[in-house]
Write a protein that binds this ligand. Structure first.
Ligand SMILES: Nc1nc2c(c(=O)[nH]1)N[C@H]1C(S)=C(S)[C@@H](COP(=O)(O)OP(=O)(O)OC[C@H]3O[C@@H](n4cnc5c(=O)[nH]c(N)nc54)[C@H](O)[C@@H]3O)O[C@H]1N2
Ligand SMILES: Nc1nc2c(c(=O)[nH]1)N[C@H]1C(S)=C(S)[C@@H](COP(=O)(O)OP(=O)(O)OC[C@H]3O[C@@H](n4cnc5c(=O)[nH]c(N)nc54)[C@H](O)[C@@H]3O)O[C@H]1N2
Ligand SMILES: [Mo]
Length: 553
C-alpha cells in the first residue's frame, strides 16, 4: 500500500525537506498533520514561515496545529479532496494562471483533463466540500501566484477508497502550475514509518522487484532469476489487505507477520481476528509480545534499530547507515539473520524432499554483504556502497554509480515516463457515509505521543503520564446537543463494533465529525469501528471515513 505510483513514476517525495523549507514561496499541506506526525519537518515549516514568510495553506477537516502559522485553512468535508483540488484548478484556468509552456513541453492529456475540471465550478465545489466560494478563490490565488509552490500530503489523502485518484489529482495541480522539477516545488508524499521508503524500494510490494521493476516483465524477471539462481513467479501477489480476507477462502493458510501488529492497526479488527483464527499457522516476529501475539503459534524475537547495523531510507529518499549501539539481548537476533536461517531451513527441507542437493544461498555474514547485493540489483541504489556510507556520506536515490552524489530533486527536465500525463479525475463519495442510523463521520489517525498500536510507546512511562488513554475529539456544538459534560465518556458505535473512551470537547474537529486513534487496545481502539473498504488500485483501506453513532455513557 505504501508504493503509490503517480503520473510520473514511483511513490516518493520528488523534492527534499530542506528544499521545500528553503525555496518554496507557498505550500499546500493537504491531509498531513505535519507538526505531530513529522515533527522534524513540521518545525522546519514553522521556521520558514517565521524567518522568510513562507505562505502555508492547510486543507484539512481538522484544525491541526499548523493552522496557527497558515495564511488560510480550507476546512473541507472528509473525502472531498478531488472536488476541492478540481475546484482550485478550475479557478486557476479561469484566471489564466496555468503554466502554458510547461503544459505544452512536458505533458500530455491536457484537453481531456481540462474538460473534466471545467465542470467543477466554484459553486459546485463549495456545495460538495462545504468551503465558501470566496475561500476557494483566495486559496487558488495564494498557491498559483506565489511560486514555486510545494504540495505535501500524508494519510489524509491516501487512506480513502479514492486514495490513488486523490494523489493523481495533486500531480495534475503541480503540472498545471509547472511546479515539477524545480527547487521548492514538487509532489511530496511524507512517508510514515522509519524505512517504509526503503522497504518499498527493495521490492517489499506484491508487484515489483527492487527499484520498482515489475515482476510481470520477462527481461526483469530473468535478471533476478539469474542473480538468485532460482525460478521466480511472474504473477502479482497479494497485498496485506487482500491476504487477510483470503484466509476465509482457504487461499491463505499460514501467515508470517514481521514488524506489524494487525490486531491494532488493521481496519475492522473483529473481522481481522476471525481471519487470523482461520489460519492454520501464524508466525510473528516482533520485539515485544503484542496484541497480535495472542493469535500467533510461534513468536520469534527480532531486535530494535539500536541493536542492528544496516541502512534506512527516509522520507526524502535519503539512504543512510545506522550502526548498532548494543548487541542483541538474550535470544533476540537481527531480523535479517532470522529470515536467512528460516529461508535456509525451508529450502533445505524442500530440496531434501525432492532428493536434490542443498541450496547454497542466504548465507550472508554481515549486512554489508546484503548491501553489495542491493548495489548490484537495484539501479537506483547502485552507487550507495558500504564504503561510501561508512565514510559518513548519505545519498538521495537515484545514485546510479559510485561517482554520483545522489538526486535531491526528481523530474528535472523530464519525467521517468517521458511526458507527464494529465488524468481526468472525477469526485466520488466515500464507501460509507453518515445516515439516519449512524449520523456522524468518524475520522481516525494519530497523536504526537504515541506510535500506531502503541506496542512501543505504551511501554514508555513518561508518554503514558502525558497521554494514557484514547481521547475522542468532539466539537462543542455536538457535545452540547448530547448534553455531554467534559468529565464523561463516549460510546462510539459503527456497523462493525463499538468502543468506549474519554471525550475531548474541542473545535479541532468540525460539527458532525469525531476523531479517534488506534494507540490503545481492547475497547478503546477505533479499528473496531473502521471500514475495510479498499482503494481499487493501491488496496489501502478507507481509515479516514466511516459512519458512527455517538452516545454519552
Ligand atoms: N507521533 C507519531 N508520528 C507518526 C506516526 C505515529 O503513529 N505517531 N505514524 C507514522 C506513519 S506510519 C504515518 S503513515 C504518518 C501519518 O501522518 P499523517 O497522515 O499526518 O497522520 P494522521 O493522523 O493519519 O492524519 C492525517 C491528517 O489528515 C487529516 N484528514 C483526515 N481526513 C481527511 C480528508 O478527507 N482530507 C484531507 N485533506 N485531510 C484529511 C486529519 O485531520 C489529519 O490531520 O505519521 C508517521 N508519524
Ligand atoms: N484507524 C487507523 N488505522 C491505521 C491507520 C490510521 O490512520 N487509522 N494508519 C495505518 C498506517 S499508515 C500504518 S503505517 C499502520 C501501522 O501499523 P503497524 O505497522 O501494525 O503498527 P506498529 O504498532 O508500528 O507495529 C509495528 C510492530 O513492529 C515492532 N517492531 C519495531 N521495530 C522492530 C524491528 O526492528 N523488528 C521487528 N521484527 N519488529 C519491530 C513493534 O514492536 C510493533 O509491534 O497502521 C495503519 N492503521
Ligand atoms: Mo503509515
Amino acid at each position: 500500500m505504501a508504493g503509490l505510483a503517480t503520473a510520473f513514476g514511483s511513490g516518493a517525495m520528488s523534492n527534499s525537506m530542506a528544499d521545500v523549507a528553503n525555496y518554496a514561496a507557498s505550500l499546500l499541506v493537504i491531509g498531513s498533520n505535519t507538526t505531530e506526525q513529522h515533527p522534524v519537518f513540521g518545525s522546519m515549516i514553522r521556521r520558514a514561515v517565521r524567518t522568510r514568510g513562507l505562505k502555508v495553506v492547510v486543507a484539512d477537516p481538522r484544525r491541526i496545529d499548523l493552522v496557527e502559522v497558515s495564511v488560510l485553512h480550507l476546512r473541507h468535508q472528509p473525502g472531498t479532496d478531488i472536488a476541492l483540488i478540481n475546484g482550485l484548478m478550475n479557478i486557476i484556468l479561469e484566471k489564466g494562471w496555468e503554466d502554458q509552456e510547461f503544459i505544452a513541453d512536458r505533458t500530455e492529456g491536457f484537453d481531456a483533463f481540462k474538460a473534466v475540471v471545467l465542470k467543477y465550478t466554484p459553486e459546485v465545489v463549495s456545495e460538495i466540500t462545504g468551503v465558501p466560494i470566496e475561500m476557494l478563490y483566495q486559496a487558488a490565488e495564494i498557491l498559483a501566484c506565489n511560486k514555486p509552490m510545494a504540495v505535501i500530503w500524508a494519510m489524509g489523502i491516501t487512506q480513502h477508497t479514492t486514495g490513488v485518484r486523490n494523489v493523481m489529482d495533486l500531480a495534475n495541480l503541480q503540472m498545471l502550475l509547472g511546479n515539477m522539477g524545480v527547487a521548492g516545488g514538487g509532489v511530496n508524499p511524507l512517508r510514515g514509518q522509519n524505512n517504509v521508503q526503503g522497504a518499498c524500494d527493495m521490492g517489499g510490494l506484491p508487484n515489483v522487484y527492487p527499484a520498482y521493476q515489475a515482476v510481470t516483465i520477462d527481461a526483469v524477471r530473468e535478471r533476478f532469476e539469474a542473480a538468485w539462481g532460482a525460478p521466480m513467479s511472474p504473477k502479482v501477489g497479494l497485498t496485506v489487505t487482500e491476504m487477510i480476507p483470503a484466509a476465509l477462502e482457504d487461499k491463505i493458510r499460514a501467515l508470517y507477520i514481521l514488524g506489524e501488529d494487525p490486531v491494532m492497526s488493521d481496519p475492522d479488527v473483529n473481522h481481522l481476528k476471525h481471519c487470523l483464527e482461520m489460519c492454520d499457522f501464524v508466525l510473528l516476529q516482533d520485539i515485544f509480545p503484542t496484541e497480535t501475539a495472542q493469535y500467533a503459534d510461534v513468536l520469534l524475537p527480532g531486535v530494535s534499530f539500536a541493536e542492528k547495523t544496516g541502512t534506512f531510507t527516509n522520507t526524502e529518499r535519503r539512504i543512510q547507515l545506522v550502526r548498532k549501539a548494543i548487541d542483541p539481548i538474550g535470544q533476540a537476533r537481527e531480523d535479517w539473520r532470522i529470515i536467512s536461517e528460516l529461508a535456509q531451513r525451508v529450502l533445505a527441507e524442500g530440496k531434501r524432499q525432492i532428493g536434490e542437493a542443498p541450496y547454497a544461498g542466504w548465507d550472508y555474514a554481515h549486512s554489508s554483504e546484503i548491501l553489495a547485493e542491493v548495489n548490484a540489483l537495484t539501479p537506483s541504489y547502485a552507487g550507495a556502497t558500504w564504503e561510501r556510507l561508512e565514510r559518513g556520506e548519505t545519498f538521495q536515490w537515484p545514485v546510479p554509480n559510485s561517482g554520483h552524489g545522489g538526486t535531491p530533486i526528481l523530474h528535472i527536465g523530464k519525467f521517468a515516463r517521458g511526458k507527464g500525463l494529465f488524468a481526468p479525475i472525477e469526485d466520488a463519495p466515500p464507501a460509507e457515509m453518515p445516515d439516519a442510523e449512524y449520523p456522524m463521520f468518524l475520522n481516525t489517525g494519530r497523536v504526537l505521543y504515541h506510535y500506531h498500536g502503541g506496542a512501543m510507546t505504551r511501554r514508555a512511562k513518561g508518554l503514558m503520564e502525558i497521554y494514557g488513554q484514547t481521547r475522542i475529539e468532539i466539537n462543542p456544538e455536538d457535545a452540547q446537543k448530547m448534553g455531554l459534560d467534559g468529565k464523561q465518556r463516549l460510546r462510539v458505535i459503527s456497523r462493525r463494533g463499538q468502543i468506549e473512551a474519554e471525550a475531548w470537547i474541542t473545535d479541532r474537529v468540525p460539527p458532525g465529525m469525531v476523531f479517534g486513534n488506534f494507540h490503545f487496545p481492547a475497547d478503546q481502539n477505533v479499528n473496531l469501528l473502521t471500514n475495510r473498504a479498499l482503494d481499487p488500485t493501491a488496496k489501502i483501506p478507507e481509515y479516514k471515513v466511516c459512519a458512527v453513532r455517538v452516545e454519552v455513557v
